[in-house]
Design a protein around this ligand. Sequence first.
Ligand code: SF4
Length: 320
Amino acid sequence: MMPSPPPLPIRIGISRCLLGEKVRYDGGHKRDSFLADTLGRHVEWVPVCPEVEAGLGTPREAMRLVGPAEAPRLLTVKSGLDHTQMMERFAHHRMRELDAMDLCGYVFKQGSPSCGIERVRVYHEQGRPTRNGVGLFARIFQEQFPLVPVEEEGRLNDPAIRDNFLERVFSYARWREWQRRRPSREGLVAFHTEHKFLLLAHSRPHYEKLDRLVRNAKQYRPTDLTQAYGRLFMEGLRVKATVRKHVNVLRHMAGFFTSRLRAAEREEWQEVLQDYHRGLTPLVVPLTLVKHYVRRLDIRHLADQVYLNPHPKELMLRNH
Ligand code: SF4
């Protein structure tokens, strides 16, 4: 049995200007073709422009963060108008609507005093600006939805960061779906089992903690158990998956079938794994071979593993 597919459509919030809408302060946009064209075919975007929706028009005076980095004000650059309160009021109102949409991720525009999630310029009365701020709307979003994966469009040009973000988005979608469909202790065991190798590719310590949680499930109230599992699960997937961890996972999986392969096939498998280990081929190559053997030898408990099919193959992830 294959793992239950994530619900469709998967909704992801996005800074509206990244889809090509002319909502920036200068009347322009920042269209990102991977987001708008490629990823857009697999998810439903929920576009938000906090500055326009809060009541500021287009074009408008540019804004910046001013003051201490942990609690800066949002001021217009030339006239010094303070829009902090207006933006906070709008953001809290918009969070209620976004909550009802059950977002599985959010892509923010980098560097924006409203939307940036890190390294946003913060100006001080004296001295040079520092790059340690968070956009006002983005900060409130992350406080409200700490488990929802977030990224900035610029960082998604890095294939490893893109892989990790989308893995987390589709994993969060499956987690939310599990919460809706089968929130039982037995269901949690099944969810945990399906995600075993995916978790191991990111963080063995998180996998082991989750394993203990599931084994001792009867000690917890159901809501405490679900909350603790969801938090640790998403935290574990944030840990970077490395080539070494992938090789360990692939070896572990191969341990279930190599004894049933012919000598030439075993040799081919070792070669493919080594090529990946040495950086000569992308992860998708050994993975495809594992999937082939799992299908041919009918190894059911591996066929259920999300690690073998984490996201739509059209996104060409794990190809770098
Ligand atoms: S960065 Fe955010 S606030 Fe600025 S134009 Fe884009 S969506 Fe609007």
